[in-house]
Design a protein around this ligand. Structure first.
Ligand SMILES: [Ca+2]
Length: 408
């Protein structure tokens, strides 16, 4: 049974005020997170000594009460900007590294040899080899799916490729989807993948970037409201990249038939709640206004016409924070946490934060309504959060020497 979920009043004010309280208690300066672009420069957003990751400072997690019920165990500590992870049925972990490598971890040990056969990627700024997913029937077809940026610094796009994983190699690799139109520069690729129960694949595509990045004479972020463009959308594909016949605008004639939802800025967390059938996403705002959304096919999520976010340079992006024709978020994070990676675990949501350097544990009640939120301090930029087949949560951290960490 699918609960009838209604968006709730965003809780910006509550978290903002608790951040203020904590700042007053701790006596530290205003958090730098407010000024930090979501992705562009990890070095400018680091707030704590990453060498101290086993015991991060509570003061680095200014915005939320802490959830201290978790122990952190570093499994692997020498991954270069790891981005996504997935498990094979035998327990082998597949981990992408943004420069373009797919790595294997078996029994907690990183194989020194990357998987061969991975497509060449455009590794610039936020782009490179991004997410990884295995086919729901991997044991029949051995198919592994990858998202990555492809092209040049002047014209690039997200692609989805799949290949057969055999003997630690990818074979018969084929590109099954290319986002259009091509965009310049290296911002906002989105690129999370999640399978729906009907074996269709959702892929998030970013809006293309911040001002002053333009496309065809206007700010590229306006592409998020253009249903002829994949930029700023979630697309839904069959497992071979063909278009499902029941996509929302498949016979519209004025929309790209791959689009499932639109009005998104940069979704980097995407997860299915298998019990409720609900799809949850986390989306970067610019300055503040990060969002948790529950995604329904056929809906407009507002960006950039409706947002709580402001320009990095200050000033409004829109004077509207809600609109009757556009879906409101369940949570708005101001200051920004820079969400990346999302897992449904034991009925709750666990959202990674790059800037917050935390995993945000968001309680869901039996009807799927968002409840209290606590921060699990990681002390490093969190890039992905997943539940492993062993029943533990796993976290990837974003750094030149990123880590795989088990939470238990
Ligand atoms: Ca929105």
């Amino acid at each position: 049974m699918k609960p009838n979920l209604q968006p709730r009043t965003p809780v910006t004010g509550r978290f903002a005020s608790s951040a203020l309280v904590l700042l007053l208690i701790s006596g530290c300066a205003a958090p730098t997170t407010v000024e930090s672009p979501d992705e562009s420069s990890p070095d400018t957003t680091a707030q704590v000594d990453t060498a101290n990751s086993a015991s991060p400072s509570p003061e680095s997690q200014a915005s939320l009460p802490l959830d201290r019920d978790w122990q952190l165990t570093t499994v692997v500590d020498d991954l270069e900007h790891p981005w996504g992870l997935a498990w094979l049925p035998d327990g082998t972990m597949l981990i992408t590294e943004r420069p373009g490598r797919l790595r294997l971890v078996r029994d907690g040990v990183l194989d020194p040899t990357p998987v061969s056969g991975v497509p060449e990627v455009l590794a610039i700024n936020q782009g490179g080899l991004l997410d990884v997913a295995i086919h729901p029937r991997f044991e029949e077809n051995s198919l592994v799916y990858l998202t990555y940026s492809d092209g040049t610094s002047d014209a690039n796009q997200v692609q989805v490729a799949r290949g057969e994983f055999q003997d630690d190699r990818l074979q018969n690799v084929e590109v099954i989807f290319t986002a259009t139109p091509p965009k310049p520069q290296g911002q906002h690729f989105g690129s999370r993948m999640v399978w729906l129960p009907d074996e269709t694949l959702l892929v998030s595509i970013g809006d293309g970037g911040n001002p002053p990045v333009e496309l065809e004479g206007e700010l590229i972020r306006l592409q998020a409201q253009n249903r002829e463009s994949h930029l700023g959308s979630i697309v839904r594909l069959n497992d071979d990249g063909s278009i499902p016949e029941d996509n929302p605008w498949v016979n519209d004639g004025e929309s790209d038939p791959a689009i499932w939802s639109y009005g998104h800025r940069n979704i980097q967390g995407l997860a299915l709640d298998a019990d409720s059938g609900g799809v949850w996403s986390t989306e970067h705002g610019a300055r503040g206004g990060d969002e948790l959304n529950r995604i329904q096919g056929g809906e407009n999520y507002g960006w950039p016409l409706v947002t709580h976010s402001e320009e990095y340079t200050g000033g409004p992006i829109s004077d509207r924070q809600t609109h009757p024709d556009k879906v409101d978020p369940y949570i708005v994070w101001t200051p920004a946490i820079a969400p990346s990676g999302l897992a449904v675990y034991h009925g709750d949501l666990f959202a990674g934060g790059l800037v917050s350097e935390s995993v945000h544990h968001i309680q869901l009640d039996e009807s799927g309504n968002v409840g209290d939120q606590r921060a699990i301090a990681i002390g490093q930029r969190v890039r992905d959060v997943r539940e492993g087949p062993d029943g533990h949560l796993y976290v990837l951290t974003d750094a030149p020497q990123g880590q795989l960490i088990r939470l238990h």
